[in-house]
Design a binder for this molecule. Structure first.
Ligand SMILES: O=C1O[C@H](COP(=O)(O)O)[C@@H](O)[C@H](O)[C@H]1O
Length: 222
């Protein structure tokens, strides 16, 4: 039952994203889509890849990434390549958030330069959320959270005690700039975290709070 409703949710989100991209492409040459990694977006990626769009005019990047090689099973870029950039969608321009540098701190300048060359503001940002209220790689236990929530730089290198790998994330400012914002989540636990987020305002406790007033369209299924 929940698998079916998650599939339906993914199709509905894919339609909404396609509509947003088509609307923006009616008035601009290229449009940018920012997606999240993790396990939730896989059916959405597959539904979106099947949609008829002028993919050669669409740019795709990630809200965040683990600082791992693309061959790693933990790579969000790999997830995007395997599930979204398939068939006609392979014509999209995908811009990843990692470089050959050893650390995200060393790679940040190059990634920032890449990001600034994209077609901002993004048509849409699709955020995920973890059980700790993190979104993108804005983690409550990260030393860099304050910086990532306040800087005008496009990306921030992040070290998080609760996570095994260092990461890189788009800053809250860069994510806020998008025309449209979506939160894509599934399951009762995440619904409870969202309810908790809605009942307070400290983004350092639950970083998803930094996006609740974007406004944020919530796509949820059990
Ligand atoms: O670490 C991450 O987790 C969140 C949520 O992932 P999920 O597996 O619970 O769907 C994701 O939004 C983020 O991009 C990813 O790097």
């Amino acid at each position: 039952m929940s698998e079916l409703s998650r599939k339906r949710l993914a199709s509905q989100l894919a339609e909404a994203v396609a509509e947003a991209l088509r609307a923006d492409l009616a008035t601009q040459e290229r449009a940018l889509l920012v997606v999240s990694g993790g396990s939730t977006p896989v059916p959405f990626f597959e539904a979106l890849a099947a949609v008829d769009l002028p993919w050669e005019r669409i740019e795709v990047t990630l809200a965040d990434e683990r600082w791992v090689a693309e061959q790693s099973g933990d790579s969000n870029a790999r997830l995007v390549r395997e599930h979204l950039l398939q068939g006609p969608a392979a014509a999209a321009t995908f811009v990843p958030l990692t470089t050959d540098a050893m650390t995200p701190e060393q790679g940040t300048d190059e990634v920032a330069e890449r990001m600034l060359a994209l077609s901002w503001p993004a048509s849409m940002v699709i955020l995920g959320m973890g059980g700790d209220g993190h979104t993108a790689s804005l983690f409550p236990d990260s030393q860099e959270l304050g910086l990532a929530l306040s800087t005008a730089d496009p990306v921030v290198a992040v070290r998080t005690p609760s996570q095994p790998q260092p990461r890189i994330t788009l800053s809250a400012d860069r994510l806020h700039q998008a025309h449209r914002h979506v939160l894509h989540i599934t399951g009762g636990d995440k619904r409870s975290v969202l309810a908790r987020a809605l009942s307070g305002d400290d983004s350092r406790e639950l970083p998803i709070r930094a996006f609740l007033a974007c406004p944020l369209a919530v796509y949820w299924a059990p």
